[in-house]
Design a protein around this ligand. Structure first.
Ligand SMILES: Cc1cc2nc3c(=O)[nH]c(=O)nc-3n(C[C@H](O)[C@H](O)[C@H](O)COP(=O)(O)OP(=O)(O)OC[C@H]3O[C@@H](n4cnc5c(N)ncnc54)[C@H](O)[C@@H]3O)c2cc1C
Length: 412
């Protein structure tokens, strides 16, 4: 006999486990299925901002995560010996971000889900659905394999929280839409022994941007971001990455006594997209539903926010419409801003941004609050003409390109 659940969630990281916790707290019988084992790492640089930190508190995992001592971070931008540093608008008294490795973050979420009564099935790969996902044949479960043995798991709702290359999306035919092609690649490695600071630092050396994020348990993330078309001219990525960091004097100084403790990882394939979010018996969340360039550092926060919206929609029976509508309203400006983020500023452009941010701390805060989602991107950029000129007159002017000039359609 197949196991029967109210909700089967494929993918147990931030999108899946945060939803599972809330559904279990609402009294639902939930299973989380993942081909990975936990705690484990995944490709992500994992900076999260005050509203997301508060969501982790509501999920009951913040104390456990903070026990790994991720330093509280303000945001600093540097260019040619000029810099500004700004706090974020406080949320529940916290005006800082944190950077938490995914083994720590996802590990605590999965543990909490299990404590809330969720069934956790790891090392299990979903390959098929029960039901086609059409109105007369709704999705009613999944088929999955572990050690070559097939398992059938039945559920009233199947959730694809299985990442950008979602199997559930493929099985229900939810194609990528409004695709924003990759313009900048992103690579990083973990380090220990880096001179610590309470800032996340971005260093602009056009056409490259490197960043330093102090993280949990004494680890540090050092990133390198640059035009994707240069990837083919870099035969030895590890050597190139080390040279790039060493070429930035402030970073080279911090790394003098440091050890690189991972290989360089990341991707030149970071296309943004939306997918249809819901259908009969199924829904997609996290990166499976909507992916945006990681320079926006929004994937984790969005996944946790979506979990709250979906859980409320499942509780009141409105999820098929309320969830896609929420996404459409909340994601547009940020998605448009991702195109701007993919363009590395020129020396002159960056100097003009820094001039304003250094002279006017409230403009500096507005800029960094684009990332904490308390400044609308175009409102913040209106205070910094060099950014506005590069970004375009409005989010709609950017998004129209990805819709062939027609108004945006709802994704459902
Ligand atoms: C280089 C990089 C840097 C980033 N930096 C940041 C950042 O600083 N801040 C931020 O907020 N976001 C960042 N992001 C985005 C963030 O990592 C993602 O938005 C987030 O991981 C999405 O979580 P998810 O739970 O939707 O999917 P994922 O984290 O991709 O998890 C999907 C899970 O599904 C499982 N799975 C997949 N297929 C199957 C299957 N068929 N059967 C069973 N299990 C399956 C996988 O094993 C995996 O565990 C970054 C992303 C990248 C690529």
């Amino acid at each position: 006999m197949p196991q029967q659940f109210d909700v089967a969630i494929v993918g147990a990281r931030v999108a899946g486990s945060s939803l599972a916790i809330q559904l279990a707290q609402q009294g639902a019988k939930v299973i989380l299925i993942d081909r990975a084992l936990f705690p484990s790492d995944t490709v992500s640089t994992h900076v999260i901002y005050p509203a997301t930190i508060e969501r982790l508190a509501r999920l009951g995992v913040l104390d456990g995560i903070m026990a790994h001592r991720p330093p509280p971070l303000y945001t600093a931008w540097h260019h040619q010996n000029r810099m500004f540093v700004a706090p974020h608008t406080p949320e529940h008294g916290r005006d800082w971000a944190i950077c938490v490795r995914r083994s720590t973050l996802d590990g605590h979420l999965v543990e909490r889900a299990e404590a809330c009564g969720v069934t956790i099935d790891t090392a299990m790969t979903v390959t098929g659905l029960v039901g086609a996902g059409s109105p007369d044949d709704p999705v009613r479960g999944v088929t999955a394999y572990r050690d070559g043995v097939e398992h059938a798991i039945h559920a009233d709702i199947v959730v694809g929280a299985d990442g950008a290359n979602s199997t559930v999306a493929k099985l229900v035919g939810a194609e990528r839409e409004r695709v924003m092609p990759t313009r900048t690649m992103l690579y990083y490695a973990y380090w220990t022994g880096v001179d610590g600071r309470n800032t996340q630092d971005f260093f602009f050396e056009p056409p490259w941007v490197c960043a330093h994020f102090p993280a949990d348990d004494g680890h540090h993330v050092l990133t390198m971001n640059g035009p994707v078309e240069l990837r083919r001219s870099i035969p030895d990525l590890e050597a190139f990455y080390l040279d790039k960091l060493a070429s930035i004097p402030q970073l080279a100084g911090r790394l003098r006594h440091a050890t690189k403790v991972s290989n360089v990882r990341g991707s030149p394939r970071l296309d943004g997209f939306y997918r249809r979010h819901t259908g009969p018996g199924w829904l997609l969340t996290g990166d499976a539903a909507h992916f945006k360039h990681p320079a926006s550092a929004q994937g984790i926060g969005d996944a946790l926010h979506a979990a709250e919206v979906i859980a409320a929609g499942i509780a009141d029976g409105t999820w098929r419409s309320s969830y896609p509508e929420w996404r459409e309203v909340t994601s547009r400006d940020l998605y448009a801003f991702c195109e701007f983020l993919a363009d590395v500023p020129t020396d002159a452009g960056m100097r003009r941004v820094l001039d304003i941010a250094i002279q006017d701390p409230s403009a500096a805060r507005a800029i960094v609050d684009i990332w904490s989602r308390t400044s609308a991107p175009w409102d913040a950029m209106a205070r910094v003409p060099a950014m506005l000129e590069a970004a375009g007159p409005s989010p709609e002017s950017v998004l129209a390109k990805y819709e062939g000039g027609s108004p945006l359609r709802l994704a459902s």
